[in-house]
Structure formats: structure tokens, C-alpha cells
Design a protein around this ligand. Sequence first.
Ligand code: ADP
Ligand code: MG
Length: 255
Amino acid sequence: MTNATTTADTPTPARAIEIRALHKSFGDLQVLRGIDFAVDTGEVVCVIGPSGSGKSTLLRCTNLLEEPTQGHVLIAGTDITDPDVDIDRLRRRIGMVFQQFNLFAHLSVLDNLTIAQRRVLGRDKAEAVQVARQNLVRVGLADKEDSYPAQLSGGQQQRVAIARALSMGPELMLFDEPTSALDPELVGDVLAVMRGLADDGMTMMVVTHEMGFAREVADRVVFMDDGVIVEQGTPGEVLSNPQHPRTREFLARVL
Ligand code: ADP
Ligand code: MG
């Protein structure tokens, strides 16, 4: 028997990410022109679109690396555009991986993974090392903890960057073209790590040009052009049966 009262009293779990009427301008340049968009917990969303369409700006607004000009960004129900929010505390809950890996060149892999855990989260050395080692296993680099970034391939460096982000225990991960700087033969290992995270239930928002990854791993694909979401849907809908001419034009160029 259904019970209407129970249903009404059960709070709807907050979305992992909710973006409402987001606008972002740099001076006169309107880069995001009204984005409404949400990501559920455990969902993997791939964002695709031409260069300059605002994909990186959207990701950067999601963890307040850029301040929205207008609109709201909620992370697990907390409005991060509220001036009272402790943004450093909030940002720790969001892992970010960039095209450029940004590892500390003068630190070993292990130290790259422990430094923020110790300085930002206040973990003691033993705990930080244990967490780091677990995450190096996760990205297939358990044997590289004493290496320095320059001794690793680009793909290995990016996997270290992913392990570093994971070591902070984020509840969601943002990826901005994580494989775009890599030689083609190194892309697969990084995508495999990301696929593993998706399989483990990580909430992920991934800007990518890897249409194969989007097709196989994304729950939803979002096509952006000129600062707006033009269309979104399952990979099958957006990649195989696009409804909008701009999506078709873009896919014809990249597929
Ligand atoms: P995408 O990631 O889709 O290639 P971006 O979000 O990087 O697009 O950029 C969208 C537009 O915003 C581009 O025209 C870019 O030059 C501009 N832009 C991005 N960041 C800045 C900034 N910090 N200052 C000025 N213009 C910027
Ligand atoms: Mg970009």
C-alpha cells in the first residue's frame, strides 16, 4: 500500500550538482549565457562542444575557480555562491583534474599525493601515506611512488594527478579534457582509470573530445555551444541521433 504522507515527508536527496540560470562574463564577453543543469549522485556526465563554447568556464564555475556573474551553483544542496559559504572547505569536496597535470616537479609521486592531505586536511603522515598508496593502486602506479614527475610519461603523470585528487576523498570529480595533452597511445590508460572510477560510483563531470569514452561511460552527454546547452540526453540520443543542427555539425567534424 502506498502512503502519500510518507512520500511527502521523505526529503528528495539533493543533487550532487545543481546549476541554475548561470551566467558568466569576462568584461563584455558573455561566455555562459544561462545554464540550467544538474548532475545526480553517481552520475557520469560528459560535456562536449566546440572550442570556446564555455565548457571549461562551466567546470570552473562549478567549484568557484571562476565566480559566476549571475545564477546559482549548488553542491549537494549547498549554494556555493552564497558569500557565507566556506569555499576552501567546499572545494575540498570537489576533485579537479586539468589538461595540464600540475604536479609538483620537485616532489616524488608519494609526496605529491600526501602534501595536500597533510596541509589541508591535517592528516598525519602515516594516514596520508596509506591513503596515497591505496590511490596509486587504483590508478595502476603502485610501483612509482618514489619517482619524480619528469621520470613518468604524460599518461602516468595524469594518473598521478587523478590519484592526488582522489586522496582528498572528494565526493565528486571534475575533469577538463584530461587526455587532450597526451600522445594518442597514452590516452587509453587514463580513460581506463576514469572508467574504473565511474564503475565505482563516483559522480563525474567530464569535458572531453573522446567520443568513444562518452558513448561507453557517460550516463548523459551534454552538448554546449556559444555559452548555452544546446541539447542533452543519453549518449545514444545525442551522439547517434542528434536533434539540433549545431550538434550534427559538431559531430560531423569530430567523429
Ligand atoms: P572551452 O573550454 O569550451 O574551449 P572556455 O570556457 O575556455 O571554452 O572559454 C570560453 C570563452 O571565454 C573563450 O572565448 C575564452 O577566450 C573566454 N575566456 C575564458 N576564460 C577567460 C578569462 N579568464 N578571461 C577572459 N576571457 C576568458
Ligand atoms: Mg576548455
